[in-house]
Design a protein around this ligand. Structure first.
Ligand code: NAD
Length: 282
């Protein structure tokens, strides 16, 4: 198992390619946009350079990792010899199902096909293939080269070998796998969103300032970052979409998006990316 292909070279794809190559895997990145491939290689180079400057990785290891990365505009060339293909394209079920149908026809049945979807049903993606047993979720977190968790999302038909391959690859990348059944929000969003939505309701009810609510979790519970700051980094629009999805799928009242979240999204206060959310980022 020494070759990885990453499909989609955006925010997540470039990071996944970086950690695969750093782990010693020959890594090919592909994307429908050739400009995305150029910028992925540039971002990987910058991340590695930053790692060398901060003493996190040696110059030799960084150079070796860069040398293991190829960009392949043609999907069939990128995946033809891969042992594991990791998909990180747009979060759209039709696009992902189309892609997995194609990947199924381009690769042998021993190749593991992983999706980095953050919310879609892995089973629904797998059902587009003739070999759903080799399909699994590998849910990485942003920024990939820093965040330690990978959720291994197992649908009803995923076989044990596929789970083993995904778990070994995760550990080789220096990350910790957790095994999660294919259910809405997996483990991370399902819990994290509850905390964030409740924190927003506390702002609505004037319990404390966003800063102090975050501090309660940071200093009282040992969270590295409070739920409102995390929401500002994720984007309030993204949080709203996930809350609406979880509310529709799971039905529980605690997933109902609070009014303050809807109002802030309507006002364009989306968090760090627009300069204002629960905090001022300008
Ligand atoms: P992005 O928009 O930064 O990158 C997506 C890339 O996929 C683009 O470069 C696009 O050109 C390419 N693409 C689209 N369709 C394609 C196709 N059919 N074949 C090849 N390339 C294609 O998106 P992202 O933020 O990297 O998210 C990618 C996936 O990762 C999504 O499923 C998302 O839900 C998931 N995810 C994102 C985050 C995050 O914080 N951004 C975290 C965890 C998981």
């Amino acid at each position: 198992m020494k070759r990885v292909a990453v499909v989609g070279a955006g925010t997540m794809g470039h990071g996944i390619a970086q950690v695969a190559a750093t782990a010693g895997y020959q890594t090919c990145i592909t994307d429908t946009q050739t400009t995305a491939l150029d910028s992925a290689v540039e971002r990987i180079g910058q991340n590695l350079e930053g790692g060398v400057e901060r003493g996190k990785i040696s110059r030799e290891s960084a150079d070796r990792a860069l040398g293991l990365i190829d960009t392949c505009p043609a999907l069939e060339h990128a995946v033809q010899e891969a042992h594991v293909v990791i998909e990180a394209v747009v979060e759209n079920i039709d696009v992902k199902r189309d892609l997995f149908r194609t990947l199924d026809s381009l690769t042998g049945p021993a190749t593991v096909l992983a999706t980095n979807t953050s919310s879609l049903s892995v089973g629904a993606i797998a059902s587009a293939t003739k070999h759903p047993a080799r399909v699994v979720g590998m849910h990485f977190f942003n920024p990939v080269h820093i965040m330690k968790l990978v959720e291994i999302v197992v649908h009803d038909g995923t076989d044990q070998n596929t789970i083993n391959v995904a778990s070994i690859l995760t550990r080789d990348m220096g990350k910790e796998p957790i095994r999660v059944r294919d259910t809405p929000g997996f483990a991370s969003s399902r819990l994290g969103v509850v905390l964030a939505l409740e924190a927003m309701r506390m702002v609505e009810q004037d319990v404390a300032t966003p800063h102090d609510i975050d501090k309660a979790m940071e200093l009282g519970y040992g969270h590295p970052m409070g739920p409102l700051k995390v929401t500002d980094l994720v984007g309030l629009d993204v949080r709203l979409a996930i809350a609406e999805y979880l509310h529709s799928e799971l039905g529980a009242a605690h997933y109902q998006p609070p009014e303050i979240l809807r109002q802030m999204v309507e006002a364009g206060e989306l968090g760090k990316k627009t300069g204002k959310g629960f905090y001022d980022w300008q």
